[in-house]
Design a protein around this ligand. Sequence first.
Ligand code: ARG
Length: 583
Amino acid sequence: MEKLLDLISRQVSEAFAAAGYDPAYGRVTVSNRPDLCEYQCNGCLSAAKVYHCAPMVIAQAVAEKLDRGNFDLVEAVKPGFLNLNISGAFLQSYLEAMRTAPDFGVEKTGLGKTVVVDYGGPNVAKPLHIGHLRSAIIGESMKRLYSFFGYHAIGDVHLGDWGLQMGLIIAGLREKEPDLPYFDPDFTGDYPAEAPFTLSELEEIYPAASARKKVDPEFGERAHQATFELQQGRRGYRALWRYIMNVSLADIRRIYDQLDVHFESWLGESDADPFIPAMLERLKASGCAVESEGALVFPVAEPGDKKEMPPCILVKSDGAVLYDTTELATMVQRMQDFAPDKILYLADKRQSLHFEQVFRAARKSGIVKPETELEFLGFGTMNGPDGKPFKTRDGGVMRLERLIADIMAFVGKKVEENRIVAPEDAPATTKIIAMAALKYGDLSNQPTKDYVFDMDRFAAFEGNTGPYLLYTTVRVKSILSKFGAWEDLPIRAPASPAQKDLMRVLARFCPALEGALSASCPSVLCAYLYDLAGAVNHFYHETRILDQEDKGLQAGSIALIGLAKRVLEQGMDLLGFTAPEKM
Ligand code: ARG
């Protein structure tokens, strides 16, 4: 559907043309003086310079050509502005078209296109920590937005499962239990199905090994060697790797499920491994990759660089492959499997150099076809109240699971104290509200900015919060269910200023979605939904709805809040949460 602002601009442009002026001057914007008018056109001022006449002359001529059926107010004001209010009938027919169109008439710009959204990025065998929260939440929302616009959107979790942490665990386990068959190079029998460790044991081995490496270089050496041998395919190590994967992945999946974050593809760095040898051969043959001090590197610096641009390191002198290597090989795999039009990567913004390097390498080598867009969406840090990265009380890294549990407990208490729902419904309602609080608290910030995690504020039922959107939606749902069948009622012309305001906000839904998508910024959608909730609540306070005797007026109100409910629900779904039945 054409955007309302474009539709109005088109009419004003046609009026310019009808009055004998260039239609290009007809661009209309939302008024910056809402007390005077809804929309304005400033084109007469620029046109006057070209046509050598007073701007007012043009403004008046254009005003005369505008169709009064579509405008309640058409006013030429000094020195040559056009002030406009659209008519109720115009707004009514626009919203009725939006109400009856599939997906609110959004333009499906992604049809036939594929986008891979690389998000989540958990590291196997390390517990998910809050650094992974933003990736999961923002990535999920971006993926849902892409789908909504018609893209074939593939969310890929891109597990960190091929790096040194695996070697550290293997080396750590060997210290503890050197006699396990996995460490015996001559062992040829079958390995047991059961892992030789539990999840909690695994979660102890990794930090211990990682700490040990810092003080014991010889141990570090063994971990590097184990990483290399794992990558080379040493049988016992591959077996251990599979155990680590199974144990750890079950836990990772469980936490993403809690967050209602879902991936179409569960591939990891290790899945890129089969693509590495051929890729390296190609890069060497084309001269992209060169030997440097025993390592294989891919220089990506360019003459105009303002900052240092180190080469991608593909193979270390000890033979192991690295993050850059698996990154590029993953691109090879994605191009082969999906030939995507775009790959969107989410990671901490401190990884921006890595992505700059590999994007350059991908272009230079032709691993990614020129038409495929590569975008890195680097997000800022979630900080604690002290403005420093969020920590546990004793200063440790906050586990994601712990953070989720904390916010659930906090919301749970509120639900219980305020007797929001019957006791048996409390756990489900708590989960829904907690997710809205957590996700909106994050998404309402620009991804690139740091923000402060503030449970009190995020979980408040009033203000710019997720629960406020839920509360508004629940209120509307309750009116609708008291009214009865509302789904087929057509939109009517506004009967009050509050109703017209709500209608104009509703008409901005699709432009807000486009803005969020094109800027990779779900906060644009958050800001829109907050405006919408405000307009809905204002309308509700100003209007008699259920006890309205005039059935025509009532039907108009109901149809409008019915559309508002659908838009709120759709918008929240694109952010990754839903509203409860009661609240
Ligand atoms: N596993 C990485 C980390 O924890 C994030 C992965 C991001 N995605 C990527 N394709 N590099 O930092």
